[in-house]
Design a protein around this ligand. Structure first.
Ligand code: ADP
Length: 436
């Protein structure tokens, strides 16, 4: 068959159109299931694939920031052929005033040659020429009816490209996929930040209340102990100390010491009764937040944090934030116990199973140094710590919070048998229980 340039061109365009169609459906399937922390990598990969499929030379993704000095920041760039450096932060409004205004208004631009630009885009044209752009498309990134969150651009620098309506429509779908993924990532980051703030506030307020009350109540017996000890010292310097009086002083010291101990007990009881809000919760969701929160810390130390929960886990009745505080404390302790040890598979695993008496048993196990049998009895004592910057209050508070649910928290040393396990029980939600 004789070659016919017009027919060949149409065939090539159809070919490209089919390949792009297939790429689009692959991208929309991929992006619908990726986790938030994989979004950036997937966008870069998708930019590369789109450029290769349509023989484009570069693709840039910009996002609006809160900083007035750099309102659009370049966050994702595929530009394999290089070119003048593209600053990550520059005043886009000054160098692309016309394109910038269109993006703000949610309007795309399509230039098959730079001569397609209107006269008022002279400044933009000069910038495009500086970067060697021959043709380009700019698409606002929009989610729902909200204001645009950024812009996605595609360029050619080697030759001009005629952008058909069909291609531009599909590129708009790519922009839509990216915009949705970025919105999800942002929502995820906000949720994490809220959780972190909540955890911090909760921990700080519990610790704060506890510490203030403790300091206040302990001042009196500790002061009395000191005064009695000083009096005893003075008496012991005498040649014939009054033994009867000394005996009385020692008895006072013992009594004050017992008072100090009972203050701590009373405060623990008080803490136990601080208001907690019991709701019906799904444990996998409660655990997922904790894993997300601990993930970065664990990854930085090369430790795996994971959960192994049965698929048919019944709902529990608990205060979500309190249980997350307990879990987080146990997971962070597990990470500390492993430290930077490069054992075969350093890991902290949260497990759960239905126990007796309408309870669920949750455990947090680590592959750390374990707890020596003689230390097992001490770890729940106030101020017991083996860490340089430790406070020794984490487990006291965790146990108090678990007991406030009517549960128990205990440790299993497994010293020498691969780490420690901390287990606690929570009540099952009554069958058919509502969310509150
Ligand atoms: P802190 O973390 O401030 O020391 P905690 O009350 O949370 O306070 O823990 C008290 C002590 O219990 C720790 O210092 C550590 O010695 C011991 N401990 C807690 N968790 C573990 C664990 N997973 N493995 C080994 N020891 C642990």
């Amino acid at each position: 068959m004789r070659s016919n340039p017009a027919r060949d061109r149409i065939r090539a365009e159809l070919d490209e159109s089919h390949r792009f169609e297939a790429l689009l459906s692959d991208l929309s399937a991929r992006f619908s299931s990726i986790p938030a922390d994989a979004v950036d990598g997937e966008i870069l990969e998708a930019q590369r694939r789109v450029c290769e499929c349509l023989q484009l030379d570069s693709s840039l993704l910009w996002q609006w920031t809160d900083q007035p000095s750099a309102r659009l920041a370049l966050t994702h760039m595929h530009r394999p052929h290089g070119g003048p450096p593209a600053p990550a932060q520059h005043d886009v409004a000054a160098v692309y005033p016309w394109s910038y205004a269109r993006m703000l208004d949610g309007l795309p631009y399509v230039n098959s040659t730079l001569d397609d630009l209107p006269p008022e885009a002279a400044r933009d044209k000069a910038t495009f020429e500086y970067y060697g752009v021959k043709s380009n498309v700019g698409l606002p990134l929009v989610v729902g009816s909200d204001a645009p969150v950024g812009a996605l651009t595609f360029h050619t620098v080697r030759e001009h490209r005629v952008w058909t309506g069909a291609i531009v429509a599909r590129l708009q779908l790519v922009a839509q996929i990216f915009a949705n993924a970025l919105a999800r990532k942002r929502a995820d980051a906000q949720a994490r930040m809220r959780l972190r703030q909540l955890m911090r506030a909760n921990r700080a307020s519990t610790m704060g209340e506890f510490a203030t009350a403790l300091a206040h109540e302990l001042n009196q017996p500790l002061g009395a102990i000191l005064r009695n000890a000083e009096a005893a010292e003075v008496m012991l310097r005498q040649t014939a100390p009054d033994l009867e009086e000394l005996r009385a002083i020692v008895a006072d010291i013992k009594r004050d010491d017992q008072r100090a101990g009972s203050v701590i007990d009373r405060l623990r009881t008080l803490l136990r009764h601080r208001s907690i809000e019991l709701r019906t919760e799904r444990l996998p969701e409660v655990v997922a937040d904790v894993l997300r929160f601990a993930f970065a810390d664990a990854a930085a130390r090369g430790i795996r944090v994971a959960s192994e929960l049965p698929a048919d886990m019944p709902a529990v009745r608990c205060d979500r934030i309190a249980v997350q505080q307990v879990l987080l404390n146990l997971v962070l302790n597990g990470l500390d116990a492993i430290g930077n040890a490069s054992t075969g598979d350093p890991r902290v695993v949260i497990r759960a199973h239905a126990a007796r008496d309408g309870q669920i048993e949750v455990s947090v196990s680590d592959s750390g140094e374990g707890i020596a049998p003689e230390a097992l009895a001490c770890v729940f004592e106030p101020y017991f710590t083996t860490k340089e910057a430790g406070m020794g209050m984490g487990l006291v508070i965790a146990r108090t919070l678990v007991e406030a649910h009517g549960g128990r928290l205990w440790a299993e040393g497994r010293c020498g048998a691969g780490g420690a396990s901390f287990c606690f029980t929570l009540p099952l939600a009554p069958p058919g229980g509502s969310g509150t």
